[in-house]
Design a protein around this ligand. Structure first.
Ligand code: GDP
Ligand code: IMO
Ligand code: MG
Length: 447
């Protein structure tokens, strides 16, 4: 069992999402008093396996699967009320009740039905340049939040009279804007939007709270908090592969703004990566394998999206991009997932540098045009044949797998303290050197 955590901890993805954050949050959550989401929205899809049963959470923190933990949706998250209620209902049908353990910030912005329409219309109009979003209305909602005049927050749902007036105005303006830009007003109807929102607001009411005050109150009383990052560091709106990013701050630096607890309160930052790289949607992918090797990784790792079901693009481990994510996010330790997926590969590639126009660099270029021109410098290391999915200690891994972990560790500049060899909680090795988990542990998944 994982003991009581030694300090506030954040779990973040080091790549373009889907690294296995849900599994790590679930694994660690026993040592914490609360689990907090601080960024993104229903674009996330975090998979957790408990006792052979699969759960996928999108807007809800993975902590809701443990009803004794407080689960918070912070001010930095964008909340689609219909999607959230659907998720709560889906969990109920799987035997998980979400009740007073969940609180949603009254400061969080609402993903309105017209945001999803806007996401769809803008992507369709972009043609070959589309971002390949999750169609969850994330970008348009964050854009309206920053614009201010059109932003609607969860707290605003509680005043139906005022909300009705604003929705009337915003829907009229959006229809005119969509018609002018896309030649299609999106079929929006203010009455239908209000009907959906007032119905949802009634059900959401008991969950709404000032989560910032609540978080501080609990922390002052000694609570230790686990922050659950959504998306991945390379999708960060400021530091990622812009414009092929999401619209929020996805690293641990987002915690201060997204939760109301200062980011410096966080002691441990666990960066999650896979033993290879994946990406869904458009945008540069410096180590992508568009050949049979990429297909082989996809099938071996079952790389199909949790949120949209899209096949994930696959490639070799990118130590340049991962080191960048480690550095910008203040990552103190790394969880490497899917080591089992690489069993049986004759050799395994690791990208150690980028060659751009004949010049080599180990920095991540800022411009998408340069990222697209990258020729990865790949170092091949020997693979291993053995099935590692039942291995319980890092020392018991095949020598080639251990050498691979050591090589990656030296390239990315952070210790790999957690190694995952399967989706189940039991298929995890935690090193005694993990600061977040506490010393002395060898196999965290096991009681
Ligand atoms: P998240 O968004 O970062 O939480 O990741 P996702 O849940 O979208 O995708 C990770 C997928 O990999 C899920 O289907 C997990 O069940 C699965 N998974 C996690 N860790 C491992 C592992 O070590 N080995 C294998 N084979 N699957 C894993
Ligand atoms: P989790 O938390 C993988 C990607 C989308 C698209 C881009 C922008 O499960 O790791 P958006 O809908 O946010 O405007 O899409 O970001 N994306 C993700 N990819 N996992 C995620 O979340 C993602 N969240 C966003 O595919 O390329
Ligand atoms: Mg995911």
């Amino acid at each position: 069992m994982i003991g009581k955590a030694t300090g506030h901890t954040c779990v973040v993805g080091l790549g373009w999402g889907d690294e296995g954050k849900g599994k790590i949050v679930d694994l660690l959550c026993g040592g914490y008093d609360a689990v907090v989401r601080f960024n993104g929205g229903a674009n996330a899809g975090h998979t957790v396996w408990i006792d052979g049963k699969k759960f996928a959470v999108h807007l809800l923190p993975s902590g809701v699967l443990h009803s004794e933990k407080l689960s918070l949706i912070g001010p930095g998250v964008v909340v689609d009320p219909t999607s959230l209620l659907g998720e709560i209902d889906a969990l109920a049908s799987q035997g998980v009740t979400v009740g007073s353990n969940l609180k949603i910030s009254d400061r969080a912005h609402v993903v309105m039905p017209y945001h999803k329409v806007e996401d769809r219309l803008s992507e369709a109009a972009a043609g070959g340049d589309k971002i390949g979003t999750t169609s969850r209305g994330i970008g348009p909602c964050y854009a309206d939040k920053v614009r201010r005049s059109w932003g609607i927050r969860i707290g605003d749902l509680l005043d139906a009279g005022r909300l009705g007036e604003r929705v009337e105005q915003i829907v009229a303006a959006k229809k005119a804007m969509f018609a002018a830009i896309y030649g299609d007003d999106g079929g929006l109807d203010a009455t239908a939007v209000m009907a959906e929102m007032t119905g949802a607001a009634e059900r959401l009411m008991p969950f709404v709270a000032d989560t910032t005050a609540l978080l501080h109150e609990r922390v002052d009383a000694g609570a230790v908090v686990l922050f659950e990052g959504a998306n991945g560091s390379l999708l960060d709106v400021d530091h990622g592969t812009y414009p092929f990013v999401t619209s929020s701050n996805t690293t641990a630096n987002g915690i201060g703004n997204g939760s109301g607890l200062p980011a410096r309160s966080v002691e441990h930052v666990i960066g999650v990566c896979k033993a290879y790289t994946t990406r869904v949607g458009g945008g540069p992918f410096m180590t992508e394998l568009t050949d049979a090797m990429g297909d082989r990784i996809r099938e071996a790792g079952n790389e199909y999206g949790t949120t949209t079901g899209r096949p994930r693009r696959c490639g070799w481990f990118d130590a340049v991009a991962t080191r960048y994510s480690v550095r910008i996010g203040g990552v103190t330790e790394v969880a490497m997932m899917h080591l089992d997926t690489l069993s049986g590969f004759e050799e395994v590639g690791v990208c150690t540098a980028y060659s751009i126009g004949g010049r080599e660099t180990t920095s991540l270029p800022s411009r998408v045009e340069d990222l697209e021109r990258v020729e990865p410098v790949i170092e091949y290391v020997p693979g291993w044949d053995e099935d590692v999915s039942g291995v319980e200690r890092r020392d018991d891994l095949p020598a080639a797998a251990r050498a691979y972990l050591d090589r990656v560790e030296s390239l990315i500049g952070a210790p790999i303290t957690i190694v995952s060899v399967g989706p189940d909680r039991m298929q995890t090795m935690v090193s005694g050197t993990s600061g977040a988990v506490g010393g002395g542990l060898t196999a965290a998944g096991r009681a």
